[in-house]
Design a protein around this ligand. Structure first.
Ligand code: C2E
Ligand code: SIN
Ligand code: SIN
Ligand code: FE
Ligand code: FE
Length: 666
């Protein structure tokens, strides 16, 4: 009866209860022990517990420990718990918690061991630890991504992080191109050629029906946990298998609701992309997408700036060059005097009317300017059509079919005629005609000279025509500069989710105060441009910081405070904008020297920037920002007054307040 109760208690216990005798042999084995280790009581009773349950590597230690225990009743698991690994019947290993109670028997001790299977707890702990580790990696990776402002670097960093952080075996990142293809921007490890071997698209073609194409079209991750059985993977299966790929996920890269590419990850294990991993992967892809888009914007803006600079250089080179009419005049003067002829004229081909037109003349008694000559029937036409010099020794002897203007020329008293084609850089421009009022006895040398001059005239005309064309373009260009500046301002407003009126308003007020404070003429233009561009450097600040609804952390402030420096880097290479740089670069300096980026003080700060600082803060405080609501007018005005002499130049504050009260009276 007593024994029965004992057995019942033992069998109902959740933990394994194992009693061993002084030889280490099992003398009691409960139901939980059976459940945990798989051995039935019959199988194990009387057997050496250490041999059966303890792994090889610490068998010896246990034997030794037991010898000590059976004499003293002491040991590392006595009165405490010890975490160990034990063997099971199936040959597996499980983590256990062991606690031993000594039972006095004669001179020595028996052991009652309480053993608990802690597999589940261990697994949970491990998972937590993994998650903590992934989070910390993710945090590091995020830091690295937001530091860079170069698309390539970020792409490379992204795919590398995927291997380090998420235990995938291969990663590549591709951009969705307008032509429907997906362009690989980076892959890792670099010696795996699979991404370069496959062709992936995102349009309606067959190659656009895989996970990547779908991810880009639908904006949702496409998980494929076994590429052998996933139908949409069929097209790539063979190559993927060869590359050792078993599972994959294609994550869309999205910013501002636009999918611009995909991040593809692969594992050599099937089923790698579990829902838990997907959570991290998605936040990581989101982060990478933002960093990439931000860098792209920055690069694009810089590229545009450089292009404008190149145009501007050309444009300066041609300033002061000759105008076409001057070229004609100089050329004819040269010809008539150098060749000692009586008259000369230039005919230029007009492709619209397919005819030659007299554009310049010298030495005529009556003008023939503007005369239009068909290229089909006339001598000049022949010169033009055949590309060669035509000589008429005596105009009086030809009839009208041969020389349509014969009568006119004879009236002028001309006898000898030469027509020379005007050819520059292989392009036929027109015809040069020279006339003499006597029979000519021309030497070969003279003829050669005529030809050479014809060539020079052609080149001069060609250059001047180019210049003329460029001059027109120059006008457009100047207009384009100003439009570009306004465009940038607007692009930034969009990014900051402000209205375009914002930058127009601050610009208008800044210019007004600048005028009142004595800034004039061209300087005012620079002030205007500077105000329009004041926060252009924010293009380099990640959206996650710029649009953050709450306070910035110290690290975020470090980046935010760079925006005036970014502006300086962007604008200073452009001659055209160099003088407009004061506001973008210095608008966060403070009168008392506590501002950034350089900590300038008082009148060290350019006047334009001192003016703008007041307008900027006034405008910021009267507007809603992602990080706070607009303040009421009175509070803003009070604040601006308070800051005179600390944040702001007091004279500027005075002008500003005057302007405000005048405007409100209006
Ligand atoms: P912003 O929003 O255009 O603000 C321009 C300037 O107006 C600020 O320069 C600051 O001098 C003034 N200002 C704006 N809001 C406040 C305010 O609530 N209180 C006071 N006393 N002054 C204000 P600052 O501080 O150098 O900031 C530069 C830029 O950094 C800001 O341009 C904004 O884009 C960003 N920023 C500043 N604080 C935060 C914040 O708490 N959260 C986020 N997400 N961004 C912030
Ligand atoms: C044992 O059960 O092997 C001995 C006890 C101990 O090591 O504390
Ligand atoms: C695809 O991405 O659309 C198929 C190819 C691949 O995932 O490797
Ligand atoms: Fe700013
Ligand atoms: Fe601003």
């Amino acid at each position: 009866m007593k024994d029965n109760i004992k057995i019942q208690i033992m069998d109902n216990a959740f933990d394994a209860l194992v009693m061993i005798d002084e030889y280490g042999k099992v003398i009691s084995w409960n139901a939980s022990a059976e459940r945990i280790f798989g051995f039935s009581a019959e199988e194990i009773m009387g057997k050496d517990v250490h041999k059966i349950l303890m792994p090889e590597e610490y068998l010896q230690d246990f034997k030794r420990g037991f010898e000590f225990f059976k004499k003293t009743g002491l040991g590392p698991a006595v009165g405490k718990t010890l975490e160990l690994t034990a063997k099971t019947k199936s040959g597996g290993k499980i983590p256990i918690e062991l606690s031993v109670s000594p039972v006095k028997k004669g001179e020595g001790y028996l052991a009652v061991a309480t053993i608990r299977d802690i597999s589940e707890r261990k697994a949970a702990e491990e998972k937590l630890q993994n998650q903590a580790q992934i989070l910390s990696w993710l945090y590091d990776a995020a830091g690295r991504l937001t530091q860079a402002l170069n698309v390539k670097t970020i792409a490379r960093e992204t795919v590398r992080s995927c291997l380090e952080v998420f235990g995938v075996t291969l990663a590549w990142l591709g951009y969705a191109e307008e032509d429907g293809s997906v362009r690989v921007l980076a892959h890792y490890p670099e010696d795996i050629s699979y991404p370069a071997e496959i062709s992936v698209r995102w349009d309606k073609t067959k190659e656009g029906q895989g996970p990547t194409g779908r991810a880009i079209r639908e904006g949702k991750p496409q998980i494929c946990n076994d590429i052998e059985s996933e139908p949409s993977f069929a097209h790539w299966r063979e190559k993927a298998s060869k590359a050792g790929i078993r599972s994959s996920v294609a994550l869309p890269l999205i910013t501002r609701d636009r999918v611009f590419g995909a991040l593809n990850l692969y594992s050599d294990k099937s089923g790698h992309f579990t829902p838990e991993r997907m959570q991290y992967l998605q936040s990581f892809a989101h982060l990478a997408a933002n960093a990439l888009e931000n860098a792209r914007l920055y690069e694009e803006t810089n590229r545009r700036i450089q292009r404008i600079q190149a145009l501007r250089n050309i444009d300066m080179a041609i300033t002061g060059s000759l105008d076409l009419r001057v070229v004609y005049r100089v050329a004819l003067e040269e010809i008539v005097t150098q060749l000692k002829v009586d008259a000369a004229c230039i005919l230029i081909y007009n492709p619209h009317t397919n005819s030659l037109e007299v554009v310049a003349e010298r030495g005529f008694r009556r003008t023939s300017l503007g005369t239009v000559i068909s290229i089909n029937e006339t001598t000049a036409g022949r010169v033009f059509r055949e590309h060669k010099i035509v000589h008429i020794p005596d105009l009086r002897e030809v009839d009208k079919d041969e020389f349509a203007r014969r009568d006119f020329m004879v009236e002028e008293g001309f006898i000898s005629y030469y027509g020379v084609p005007l050819v520059a850089k292989g392009k036929l421009l027109g015809v040069l005609e020279v006339f003499q009022r006597k029979l000519s006895n021309d030497q070969r040398e003279w003829l050669h000279y005529l030809e050479t001059l014809g060539g020079q005239v052609a080149i001069a005309i060609e250059n001047a025509a180019l210049v003329d064309d460029l001059r027109l373009k120059h006008q457009d260009l100047l207009k384009a500069y100003d439009e570009t500046i306004e465009g940038w301002g607007k692009a930034l407003s969009l990014k900051e989710e402000e209205t375009a009126e914002h930058s127009e308003r601050v610009t208008r007020m800044t210019v007004q105060i600048a005028k009142r404070m004595g800034i004039r003429g061209e300087d005012l233009t620079h002030v205007r441009r500077g105000a329009l561009l004041h926060d252009i450097g924010k293009i380099g600040v990640p959206d996650s910081i710029l649009l953050k609804p709450g306070k910035l952390t110290e690290e975020e402030w470090v980046i935010m405070r760079k925006h005036p420096v970014y502006a300086f880097e962007m604008l200073s290479p452009i001659a055209y904008l160099r003088k407009a740089i004061d506001i973008p670069y210095c608008h966060h300096e403070r009168w008392d020297g506590t501002g950034y980026p350089r900590g300038l003080k008082g009148k060290q700060i350019p006047l334009a920037a001192r003016i703008f600082a007041v307008v900027d803060v006034w405008d910021a405080l009267t507007s809603d920002r992602p990080y706070r609501k607009a303040w009421p007018q009175e509070k803003v005005t009070k604040y601006i007054k308070e800051q005179a002499g600390t944040h702001f130049d007091p004279e500027v504050v005075e002008e500003f307040l005057k302007l405000l009260s005048e405007e409100s009276r209006r």
